[in-house]
Design a protein around this ligand. Structure first.
Ligand code: SF4
Ligand code: SF4
Ligand code: SF4
Length: 179
C-alpha cells in the first residue's frame, strides 16, 4: 500500500457497500480533484474493475497480484501499473483480478464492462464478399448483427470482452476506448 493512501483506502471501503458511500467519501475531501469523478466509469486499459485513473494511480502499488490471478493472461505490468491487452485473448469477467487486489484499486463497482469496443474496418469479408460471420457467431453477448454489404453493426449488448478481436482471422477488427 502506498504510504499516503491509507485514509483513501478506508474511505473507499465504503464503495463496496454503497455508491452513495463513495460520493460521501469524496465530499469529505478525500481529494478535491476527484470531486467530479465517477467511480462507476470504466477505465479502459486497466484490469477489470479499475477505479477512475486518478484514484487508481494513488491506490495501485503495482504488486502484480492481479496479473498473476488472471487465467486469460490478458494483464501485464506497464510502466505505471497493470494494463489489459485483449489482442491475444479475451476477458471472461471472472473477476479474479478484482479478488486479488488488496488495495481497492480494482473494485466490484464495475464488473460488467472492460471499457473497450470493437470497430470493424472496410476490409471485412462480410462486407466485401458476404461469406463470413465469425465475429457474429463468436460474440457471447449477441452484440454483432450482420447486414448485407456492410460490416457487422454493434449493439449496446457489447461489454468489451474482446472475443471478436481474436475471431477475425483477417484482422479487420480493432478495439478502441468506449465513448
Ligand atoms: S476479469 Fe478475469 S479474465 Fe478479465 S482481466 Fe480480470 S482476471 Fe483476467
Ligand atoms: S492487484 Fe491491485 S494493487 Fe496490485 S497491481 Fe493489481 S491493481 Fe495494482
Ligand atoms: S467485444 Fe465481446 S461483446 Fe463486444 S462485440 Fe466483441 S465479442 Fe461481442
Amino acid at each position: 500500500m502506498k504510504p499516503d493512501s491509507t485514509e483513501l483506502v478506508l474511505e473507499l471501503a465504503e464503495m463496496n457497500s454503497s455508491r452513495r458511500g463513495f460520493f460521501r467519501a469524496v465530499s469529505r475531501g478525500v481529494s478535491h480533484s476527484m470531486e467530479e469523478s465517477k467511480v462507476s466509469d470504466v477505465n479502459p486499459g486497466r484490469p477489470l474493475g479499475a477505479v477512475e485513473e486518478a484514484l487508481f494511480s494513488r491506490l495501485c502499488n503495482q504488486c502484480g497480484d492481479c496479473i498473476n490471478a488472471c487465467p486469460q493472461g490478458v494483464l501485464s505490468m506497464g510502466s505505471n501499473g497493470p494494463i489489459m491487452d485483449l489482442s491475444l485473448n479475451h476477458c471472461t469477467f471472472c473477476q479474479q483480478c478484482i479478488s486479488a487486489c488488496q488495495t481497492q484499486a480494482l473494485n466490484t463497482l464495475n464488473t460488467t464492462d472492460t471499457g473497450w469496443r470493437p470497430t470493424i474496418n472496410q476490409s471485412c469479408n462480410a462486407r466485401l464478399f458476404g461469406n463470413c460471420q465469425e465475429c457474429v457467431d463468436d460474440c457471447p453477448n449477441q452484440a454483432l448483427t450482420l447486414a448485407p454489404n456492410s460490416v457487422p453493426s454493434l449493439s449496446d449488448n457489447c461489454n468489451g470482452c474482446g472475443e471478436c478481436l481474436s475471431s477475425c482471422y483477417i484482422g479487420s477488427i480493432t478495439l478502441v476506448e468506449k465513448h
